[in-house]
Design a protein around this ligand. Sequence first.
Ligand SMILES: Cc1ncc(COP(=O)(O)O)c(C=O)c1O
Length: 374
Amino acid sequence: MSAERIYLDFNASTPIAPEVAETMKPFLSQHFGNPSSLHWAGIPAKEAVEHARQQVAELLQCSPDEIVFTSGGSESNNHAIKGVFFALREKGNHIITTQIEHPAVINPCRFLEKLGAEVTFVPVDRYGRTDPQDIQKAITPRTILITVMHANNEVGTIQPIKEISKIAKERGIVLHTDAAQSVGKIATKVDELRVDLLSIAGHKLYAPKGVGALYIREGTPIEPLIHGAGHESGRRAGTENILLIVGLGKACDVAKRYVGDDRICSMRDRFWKLLQDNFGEKVVLNGHPLHLLPNTLNVSFVGKAGGELLSRLDGVAASTGAACHSGSVELSPVLKAMGISPEVGMGAIRFSLGRTTTIQELERVVQLLKNTLP
Ligand SMILES: Cc1ncc(COP(=O)(O)O)c(C=O)c1O
């Protein structure tokens, strides 16, 4: 008999929500027109795209004109970072980011270094949080962009974006946040965060993979990433992927019901309590105890190898804090930047909960861990 399947990897990807799938259906079979066409087939397609734009804007509390649809979180980040660099390279070449960003931020920055950018990767504390003062200190007269993720994908730590935005505003520097992991989990109102650019990834919020959005505050200096015809008001060329865009719009609409709902957070807290009760000092939390995504629990089983442990949890889908590079297992750059020792970091497992997670599943994982760990 095969083991019960338990999915605790919602930070890696979410299933498509049933309401989202339902909304997308007519766009698989009936509505095929090009949104740029002015006839009977194009007009409903255009209306569907604009309705979705409105739905995304409502979640972020911005104007629909400030939303550009993209192919996902990676494209949104590339657009934001390269777009601001290309728009402002006459003014300056300095970019500030952190050491724990997703590769979809780190690598565009590394790429721009080859084109003359100077990038400061500010450190984080042992909980994965950036000190806004470190950002302040890193600013030079040549700084054109600050890009700091809203919440970290591995450990779930939430960054002090409002404090960072205060600093950025005072110095007139464009601020981008990669909100791929926070949208739909915590509030991401752009005027509260006071960001100029914000990235969304559809498949982290129960929309399909391959779709996302970039919020661009009106007036932000930014070049397009993809040049071509005038789609998306000249900001992103390419015939709109209506099917996926409609899915993203609906997902944002549904997400409004979940932001601030503490069911998942309570389960996560209960899970952490059970782990502590059962494993005491042998289990430690990676990530901030308070400023933490409500669904994420990254814990280390001290002295163990996370990957090995996970492979013994039959049927459980979760992630580890280490990755295999050319044959050897290395600590993730995020845990490294947090100053976590290899003894602790190598035993890290990220459990990320979602809408369908039940407390019974979490109790089962604790039982499986008890059977595995001496
Ligand atoms: C924080 C963060 N940013 C960006 C991305 C990339 O998003 P996508 O897979 O949609 O390109 C991810 C996905 O893992 C992520 O977790």
